[in-house]
Every structure is written in structure tokens, then in C-alpha cells.
Design a protein around this ligand. Structure first.
Ligand code: KG4
Ligand code: ZN
Length: 349
């Protein structure tokens, strides 16, 4: 059994987790002992988005406070893992420097590992909530691969074909906005608070998804790329075309429902096509937008219709957290792979 302390500071969440891992590459098994996420949403909200230097300041303030809570557990650590990218460079450096500091001071014998944030998202479906035992993982792993992975976050929209936990190739990605970014930008147009994804989901429940026929850019193209900028612009033009300056809550709800439907249609269509083309056994959904219930349900139904298995993270592991960084560190450790402890804002999957 390997015990991992993981740190995540790539954007606006200061997160730290303590987890135990075992089982190797064939049946990785994780027990999350602590999963602490200190959100900076309230601090960035007045600016309508994340302000990098404010994020850095908050990470510097929060890291020692969170570490105190974990340190009190009195433990032995085998790996100290930290996100090195992609993300905001000043924010990434706070986590990296803090990891180096505590490694030197408290766990000099542990392995210090740099982790790719997107790989963390991709592996987050392997994590179980603290209270749940991980007994069904063994059964699950044998049914997973080959798989199509759809990683949807605020900065990325990527489709991958996974041969195994450690071998995959990118099938496609967004050519412009990430889908989470489109949710956030549309929410802003509708004067909804940041981050917009959850707000759009909430309002969409009260709207009619077929009320406005927004475009589905690139949905039917032969490749596996995505595009969300045109959809976002279509919402802007729709708002401009309205006679009143402020729209009613009912209209906003219709816009949210129709926008969400268009975005989800595109994601589900291309993911399903990949499942069919490559005959995969399953679909793995990951990233902050995986928290969207409509996307989860629609993709799950479509996947099951194709007789494939559907995996998505438990709710607490969708948006940024450090447990997923720990999971990814374990897989890299098994592969004997490590990343340099240097912030890389554009690191890709
Ligand atoms: O993975 P994540 O926490 O951070 C990045 O790595 O980017 O993803 C954040 C993104 C934001 O764009 C946020 O609006 C979106 O995930 N998001 C959602 C929902 N919850 C978070 N989008 C749609 N529906 C949600 N329920
Ligand atoms: Zn993320």
C-alpha cells in the first residue's frame, strides 16, 4: 500500500488530499482519507473570472492552513504529489514550492512527483468517496478498456481513445472555446454569477430545451474535434435580437436549456461515434463539466444504448480536487514516470 499526499493549485481551488493506493495497474484501488478543497469562488466572483495574482495570494494563505489539518493525522507518506500544469503559472508555482518545502521538512524520504492536471481528471473516475469501500473496482477494471474518454473542463474539451490506463491517443479537441468556458461566458451574458456552469444547469431545469434552435458547430464533421465559440456567439446574437434590454427569467431559462442541449448534443454525438467506430467497451467522462447532470444522464443513456459501460467520477471529484492528483501520481509511479517540478501552463494530455 502506498500513501500519497497530493496538492492542487492550478486555478482557483486550493486543494490537498491524503489517500492510500494499492492494486497496481490492473486493479488500482484508492481509499481517500482526506479530500480538502478550499474554494476561492467568492473572491473571484466580483471580477467574473479568475484573477491569477489573487489566486496566488489565496493559495499562499490557504496551503499552510489546510496542511495543518492533514498533518494532525500523524502519518507516513510515500509520495508527495503536486500539479505542475496545465493552469495559471503563478498559481501552479505556489503549489510546487509548497510541495518542495513540506517534502524537505517533513517527508524527505518520500518521492516528490509532478502531475498533469488533465491526467488527474481522466483518472478521477477511479476514486471512491471516503465512506465507500472500494470492493467493486476489481470487477470494473476488467470491463473498462478500450474506452473513449471525454475530458470537459473550463480550459479543455478533449476526446481520447484509451487502450489501457496508461496508453491512449488524442482523437480530437476543441478548436476554440472549451465547453466549460462557453458555459461561463453564456452565463455572463445572462448576468448570472461566476462560475456559470452550475448556474446554467439550475436555470435550464425551468426552461424548454427545444425553444431556441441554437447551432451545433462541427457536430457532423468527420473528425473528432469540437467548436463552442459559434454556439456562444449565437446566444449573444439571440440576446441582441430581442426587443427588450433585460430578458425575463422565463426567457433566460429557455436560453439556458437550449444552449445546454446544443452543447450536450455535440459532446454526446461525437463520443458515441467514437464508441461505434472503435468498438470500445466503455465511456469515461471527466472534468468540471462532468458535474453537469444533464450531460451525465444524456451521455450515460446513449452509452448504455450502445451496450457500453459508463464511468464518471463521484460528484465530489468532478471539479478540481487533489485526490485526483494523488490517483494520477500513483499511476505514474507504477509506470516509473515522473514530471519535472516546473510550472507548465500549457501542458497537454
Ligand atoms: O475542471 P474544473 O473544475 O476546472 C478546470 O480545470 O477548468 O472545471 C471548471 C469548469 C467551469 O467552466 C465550470 O463552469 C464548469 O466546469 N462546471 C459546470 C458545472 N459545474 C462546473 N458546467 C456545467 N454544469 C455544471 N454543473
Ligand atoms: Zn480541472
Amino acid at each position: 500500500m502506498i500513501r500519497i499526499l497530493a496538492i492542487e493549485t492550478s486555478c482557483d481551488e486550493t486543494a490537498m488530499a491524503l489517500l492510500e493506493a494499492e492494486g497496481g495497474l490492473k486493479k488500482p484501488n484508492f481509499k481517500v482519507l482526506k479530500n480538502i478543497v478550499s474554494s476561492q469562488i467568492e473572491i473571484h466572483r466580483p471580477f467574473g473570472g479568475v484573477v491569477p495574482n489573487l489566486a496566488k495570494r489565496e493559495h499562499l494563505k490557504n496551503l499552510p492552513i489546510i496542511f495543518e489539518q492533514i498533518k494532525s493525522l500523524d502519518f507516513k507518506i510515500d509520495i508527495v504529489a503536486v500539479t505542475v500544469g496545465p493552469g495559471l503559472e503563478p498559481a501552479l508555482w505556489t503549489g510546487i514550492n509548497f510541495a518542495k518545502e513540506i517534502h524537505k521538512k517533513y517527508f524527505p524520504k518520500a518521492k516528490l512527483m509532478g502531475v498533469n492536471h488533465m491526467e488527474g481528471h481522466l483518472y478521477s473516475f477511479l476514486l471512491q468517496q471516503k465512506t465507500v469501500q472500494t470492493s467493486n473496482i476489481k470487477h470494473r477494471t476488467s470491463n473498462i478498456f478500450p474506452a473513449v474518454g471525454l475530458v470537459v473542463s473550463g480550459g479543455h474539451t478533449i476526446l481520447v481513445l484509451m487502450e489501457s490506463l496508461i496508453k491512449w491517443k488524442k482523437l480530437g479537441e476543441t478548436r476554440d472555446d472549451a465547453v466549460g468556458e462557453a458555459f461561463d461566458k453564456v452565463a455572463r451574458m445572462l448576468e448570472l454569477p461566476y462560475p456559470g456552469g452550475p448556474e446554467i444547469q439550475k436555470l435550464a431545469i425551468h426552461g424548454r430545451p427545444t425553444s431556441i434552435d441554437f447551432p451545433r458547430p462541427m457536430m457532423k464533421t468527420k473528425d473528432y474535434d469540437f467548436s463552442f465559440s459559434g454556439l456562444k456567439t449565437a446566444v449573444l446574437y439571440y440576446l441582441r435580437s430581442m426587443s427588450t434590454v433585460r430578458c425575463s427569467m422565463k426567457t433566460k431559462a429557455d436560453i439556458c436549456a437550449s444552449f445546454q442541449q446544443a452543447a450536450v448534443d455535440t459532446l454526446v454525438y461525437k463520443t458515441a461515434r467514437a464508441v461505434q467506430e472503435f468498438g470500445t467497451k466503455s465511456v469515461i467522462l471527466a472534468g468540471g463539466v462532468a458535474a453537469n447532470k444533464f450531460l451525465r444522464e444524456t451521455l450515460k443513456t446513449r452509452t448504455l444504448n450502445l451496450k457500453a459501460n459508463f464511468y464518471a467520477p463521484e460528484m465530489e471529484f468532478n471539479t478540481d480536487n487533489a485526490a485526483m492528483i494523488g490517483a494520477s501520481a500513483y499511476i505514474s509511479y507504477l509506470k516509473n514516470k515522473n514530471r519535472a517540478l516546473r510550472a507548465r501552463s500549457n501542458l497537454s494530455l
